[in-house]
Design a protein around this ligand. Structure first.
Ligand SMILES: [Zn+2]
Length: 136
């Protein structure tokens, strides 16, 4: 299913870990709504600003998959509210998002990707964070 010009829903559910462990990583209706809002409100505009393909390393994670990859139980990935986005220059994309007026909840810069989250219901805090070991 196409979510926007540049994103398909399956990009947010595929997982090498899930395949390997036989975990069925299928979002429910509410999680799908959240993924669609994340894409429409944040990721598609970021795609257009950055002007290069965004690779989704990890999007939705069912609780079992989230546990298998060592995610915290409250992870926004389990709600369909977050995606880890890999690009050639994560810091450039991170700074672009930070300077934008986009309604993100959190962005976290990692060495090879940016964690981007968005809440469909509730306040988007625009928290700008750095993963352990990444220079601000
Ligand atoms: Zn993440």
């Amino acid at each position: 299913m196409r979510v926007s010009k540049n994103f398909e829903l399956r990009e947010f559910t595929r997982s090498a870990t899930a395949l390997r462990l036989g975990i069925v990583n299928e979002p429910g209706a509410e999680q799908i709504e959240n993924i669609m809002a994340l894409v429409t409100d944040v990721l598609q505009p970021v795609r257009e600003m950055y002007n290069a393909p965004l690779r989704i390393n990890s999007g939705y994670r069912c609780p079992e998959l989230n546990k298998a990859v060592g995610g915290v139980p409250t992870s926004q990935h389990t709600k369909g509210e977050a995606a880890d986005v890999r690009v050639a220059d994560p810091r450039r994309m991170f700074n672009m998002i930070k300077r934008s007026k986009l309604p993100f909840d959190q962005i976290i810069l990692y060495p090879t990707f940016v964690h981007i989250s968005h809440k469909r219901d509730g306040e988007n805090r625009r928290n700008v964070l750095f993963a352990k070991g990444v220079q601000p």
